[in-house]
Design a protein around this ligand. Sequence first.
Ligand code: PMP
Length: 406
Amino acid sequence: MSINIEEVRKQFPILETQVYNKPLVYFDSAATTHKPQRVIDKIDEVYKTLNSNIHRGVHYLSNQATLAYEEARNKVQGFINAEHSHQVIFTSGATAAINLVANSFGETFINEGDEIVVSTMEHHSNIVPWQLLCQRKKAVLKVIPINQDGDLEMEAYKSLLSDKTKIVAVTHVSNALGTVNPIQDVIDLAHEKNIPVMVDASQSVQHIGIDVQKMDCDLLVFSGHKIYGPTGTGVCYGKEDLLNQMVPWQGGGEMIHKVSFTETTYNELPFKFEAGTPNIAGAIGLGEAIDFVSELGVDNIAAYEDELLQYATNKLMSIEGMRIIGTAKKKSSVISFLINDIHPFDIGTLLDRMGIAVRTGHHCAQPIMDLYEIPGTLRASIAVYNTKEEIDQLVAALTKVAVMFA
Ligand code: PMP
């Protein structure tokens, strides 16, 4: 089956938006994807028909809400092929999930002098929580370099792994360059030395899919709002044994078994890591978004988006002065670029006036910009609702802008 683009687009009401009297052309899905009507309806339905707090009520609505929330967890479990649903912890996003890991794994396993390995191409949310941990524990952050194409330097990676390395935390796909990392090699090499690996799947789960058992990653995180789900949702998956060993991070209701002033004991997975009232409607909405993606088929989405990525890359290259930042061997859904020495913000602002939404700046990945010695880039990112016609519009607009500045 291939993607029926008219059918897909019909499901996203926001694509009807007019921007300055021009039809919206949205190439900022790496920041957040739009939501199909069924996700919007699902959230509406939750508040209209089953709004109630979960897990603690004896009454009808509370039971209905709990069932729907846990069904959403089962959907995530199936989607990433986790062995058990209790390995899926709902969070408010990838950032919250990484902070959970850095704090909880960090508190349990990281001591003075230990090393944590990340890469140069990480999003700030997979750098700063580890830096905070390193400051607290007097641990050391080691960084896998990348080459000018935006590929990980795998030999350097191997040489960073040692008895001191306690965790590797690496992104699957770079949000700033589009690089698809050889994540299986990253994991396998770490495992040869019994080092656990956390994968940031924020930019891969919606484009190329995830099978946590096949990957054998120890921890994996992603945001719900980048996979057609609501904002304020995310997931932290972990291997059961590891999650059981990790001390809780946030305390509060639901995460406890028994509280007293002499001793407090903690709840079992996944509740140990879900303190307080969660984003109930959001999680249920995320379940609906996962149904949307599953029904289209991740493989179909990947094939369609790859075609768009190729098409866009070739077309953009035809623009005078075009410089694509990130030319890795394998890429997904993101094209970062500059035109001559025009500031990306100026181009982004002019594109906006033509109805075209792209992102400008460092994309929360400043170390990458330092590497390329640039202040930032323009980033066009692709989702399943984009079309070749929209790419043509982007290329025509950029050509116009390049001429204006020349
Ligand atoms: N990791 C990557 C690779 C990302 O692209 C993002 C979002 N741009 C994040 C982490 C953080 O996600 P969020 O802001 O949704 O928590």
